[in-house]
Design a protein around this ligand. Structure first.
Ligand SMILES: Nc1nc2c(ncn2[C@@H]2O[C@H](COP(=O)(O)OP(=O)(O)OP(=O)(O)O)[C@@H](O)[C@H]2O)c(=O)[nH]1
Ligand SMILES: [Mg+2]
Length: 408
């Protein structure tokens, strides 16, 4: 798929498995384990079904979560816009899928036949979008339960309630939100759903209300690898979400460093450095895309917030982040890091002494790749936070709440 990035979703467990493979089977064992893991990785998917009645905001939520542009976005509107289950995949992490369900309450919708033919077991989890709990929502919840799938109930369009209540005498946002939450929960309880948590959110402000809590809850239902994939796929709505991506990317750096060490033991002069440069460059490119710093992501952001790319990049220190990432550029970054540069030269020289060179090379490659990717990641994370601040600047009167930031 165009624009897809290499799979960067390795868990700590994967890194430990790599270490164990090396201890048991040496270089060959490590290589086999890496190949095996990469094969497994391409089979890991996250499939989230977004369900609920018509007009609740399902398609709008998917567009916000996947940061989809006008041309690629799910159509939105009032009354029966989505007429069949439609899959939307993440533009750069194509194994993350959201399934946009049609609203069950539209005139002439064949609810019974739809419920019978839908295979609820194929999804990892369901999100039921409500404004108030209805019999159709109940049907969906029951079907998911029967299929053994977890689901979460979310109350959309909270921004609209805030807007209409804000001017009223004695208004207190926390009290108001608590009352909306309690109302939703008690209607679910009355319908026999037991005590179910309801998350309040607005698709136009994913950093606000209960969305950050929802994120934390969703990851509990996913495997370790799916969790990394899910977190990396989310838009940069806050510094916290950027930090979460940093944590997931740090794990993948360990894995990349192990791969680079495995390559370094192959006794071909210069091969290790050549591979490291390619490995580092391709990973910097992937991390940049995930952190929303590539040209395409900046263009989308610029359009959404109505600020030029230069305005978004203002006050960022690391100009290289926005430039071309080539092997030459990686060499320049390498030279900025004296220890890594010195180790690489020593490795190149020792490469010509096969036995000595391969042992030294594996250790060097591991440290150089790790150091280079970690330094690059830190600089990109710092840059992503400044870009986020620039995008949010002037968008909200409420501190920490970028009202309208996600509005198209
Ligand atoms: N203010 C506000 N409007 C929203 C929000 N989410 C959705 N909307 C609006 O609600 C309308 C319906 O949104 P959709 O996303 O098309 O709803 P849907 O659930 O996909 O509807 P169907 O496809 O008919 O099932 C659109 O006009 C959206 O712009 C939100 O969080 N806040
Ligand atoms: Mg829809």
């Amino acid at each position: 798929m165009a624009g897809a990035v290499p799979n960067l979703c390795y868990s700590r467990r994967d890194v430990l498995d790599m270490a164990a493979a090396y201890c048991c089977g040496g270089e060959q064992g490590l290589q086999l384990a890496i190949d095996d893991k990469n094969k497994q990785m391409s089979n890991v998917h996250v499939r989230i079904a977004v369900m609920g009645e018509s007009g609740r905001g399902k398609s709008t939520l998917i567009n916000a979560l996947l940061d989809l542009d006008d041309e690629e976005a799910a159509p939105t509107g009032f009354n029966g816009t989505t007429t069949k289950i439609t899959c939307y995949s993440h533009p750069s992490l194509p194994n993350v899928h959201y399934y946009d369900f049609p609203g069950l309450n539209t005139p002439n919708f064949p609810v019974k036949a739809f419920m019978e033919k839908t295979k609820f077991a194929v999804y990892d989890l369901g999100i039921i979008v409500i404004e108030r709990w209805t019999e159709n929502d109940q049907l969906l919840a029951k079907a998911l339960k029967k299929a053994g799938k977890p689901f979460h109930v979310v109350r959309s369009k909270i921004d609209l309630i805030v807007k209409s209540e804000r001017g009223k005498k004695g208004y207190n946002e926390d009290v108001m939100l608590r009352s909306v939450r309690e109302n939703c929960c008690s209607s679910l309880e009355k319908a026999g759903m037991g005590k179910t948590r309801v998350f309040l959110y607005s698709s136009f402000d994913l950093n606000a209300y209960d969305f950050p809590e929802l994120k934390k809850t969703v990851v509990f239902d996913l495997s370790e690898t799916q969790k990394q994939l899910f977190l990396l796929s989310l838009p940069n709505t806050s510094e916290d979400s950027i930090n979460e991506k940093r944590e997931a990317l740090r794990v993948s750096i360990e894995f990349m460093a192990a791969i680079s060490a495995a390559i370094a033991v192959i006794p071909v002069p210069g091969l290790s450095l050549a591979c490291d440069l390619v490995l580092i460059a391709s990973n910097i490119l992937a991390m940049r895309k995930i952190l929303g710093l590539d040209d395409g992501s900046l263009r989308k952001l610029s359009k959404r917030v109505g600020k030029s790319k230069d305005e978004l990049r203002r006050d960022t220190e690391h100009a290289w982040v926005f430039g071309e990432i080539t092997r030459e550029q990686v060499m320049l970054l390498l030279k900025r890091c004296p220890v890594a540069a010195a180790l690489t030269v020593a490795e190149l020289v020792l490469d010509f002494v096969p036995i000595l060179g391969s042992g030294f090379g594996a250790t060097t490659s591991y440290w150089v790749t790790r150091r280079m990717l970690t330094n690059s990641l830190e600089e990109m994370v710092e840059t992503a936070k400044i870009v986020l601040r620039n995008a949010e600047a002037g968008a909200s009167a409420t501190p920490g709440r970028a009202a309208g930031y996600w509005r198209d």
